[in-house]
Design a protein around this ligand. Sequence first.
Ligand SMILES: [Zn+2]
Length: 72
Amino acid sequence: MKYETESLPNGSAVCGNCGQPIPPNSQVAVVISGRKAVVFHSEYHCSPAGNARYGFWGKGKLESVFGEIEQC
Ligand SMILES: [Zn+2]
């Protein structure tokens, strides 16, 4: 499944929390709503609360989305 994501011309994503770019080929946190996906830095301070998953941001697109992040 392909998700619509925001990306920069150089292939970076934009973090939905801090607004800073996320370089290509990074592990990210992902929140999906419908066909849109918002990616976040996977660091704790940028991870969104609730319903987040781990994903992998490739060059200019979300390559994969996997397990849900455990909330503790
Ligand atoms: Zn961030």
